[in-house]
Ligand binder design. Structure first.
Ligand code: GLN
Length: 201
């Protein structure tokens, strides 16, 4: 019998809901490590950018010497999945960032940070996601960003009822405004692992 090795993936562990992502990816059979240093990034074939606070993750990434290596990995085609703050970090352009806030970039989108207001404006909604099929995704939004503009190469995977875009894919990059990792929803992570396996082949 031929067994395919488990995909080796990392979760950027500078700040945010790292544990939740590690749990989902481990449940899906991936070989998961936390990533804080360039050498740890070099040892994985895919990376998750967790939810948390994008401006803090940006600052810590610069302090830990991770900004350059993550940008290089993205340009080299490493599959990366960002949730919420992670989506902000993947965006080429942000609105309402803090002074001097940088992103890693890669996704040809403009993302508005805290697009739904403050913490009290967090909400949950069921989303139809054609790429994932049935049932709908139960999505939790926590001080979530919105994709305000997306280039032609960007696939819109999910929208709210009013058409606003909350999940996108472009090449090896996947981003969601919401947090599948907190509700037991595993299909976005499974899609990400498929992207990692596809690339490793
Ligand atoms: N508002 C946060 C930010 O700007 C994102 C919130 C989240 O990841 N749940 O990074």
């Amino acid at each position: 019998m031929v067994t395919t090795p488990a995909p080796r993936v990392g979760v950027l562990a500078l700040q945010g809901d790292v544990r939740e992502h590690v749990r989902v990816l481990t449940d899906l059979g991936a070989d998961v490590t936390t990533v804080r240093r360039p050498a740890e990034l070099a040892a994985v074939d895919g990376l998750v950018l967790p939810g948390g606070e994008s401006s803090v993750i940006d600052k810590l990434a610069r302090a830990f010497g991770m900004r350059g290596p993550v940008r290089e990995a993205i340009s080299a085609g490493m599959p990366v999945y960002g949730t919420c703050a992670g989506l902000i970090l993947l965006a080429e352009r942000i609105t309402d960032g803090i002074q001097g806030q940088l992103t890693f970039g890669g996704l040809d989108v403009t993302v508005r940070r805290n697009a739904f207001g403050s913490q009290v404006d967090s909400f949950e909604v069921d989303l139809d996601v054609a790429a994932l099929g049935e049932p709908p995704v139960h999505a939790v939004f926590i001080r979530a960003p919105l994709v305000e503009e997306a280039g032609d190469g960007v696939e819109r995977l999910a929208t709210l009822d009013d058409g606003r875009v909350v999940a996108v894919r472009q090449g090896a990059l996947l981003g969601t405004s919401f947090h599948p990792e907190v509700t037991g929803e595993q299909r976005f992570h499974a899609l990400f692992l498929d992207m990692v396996r596809e690339r490793a082949r």
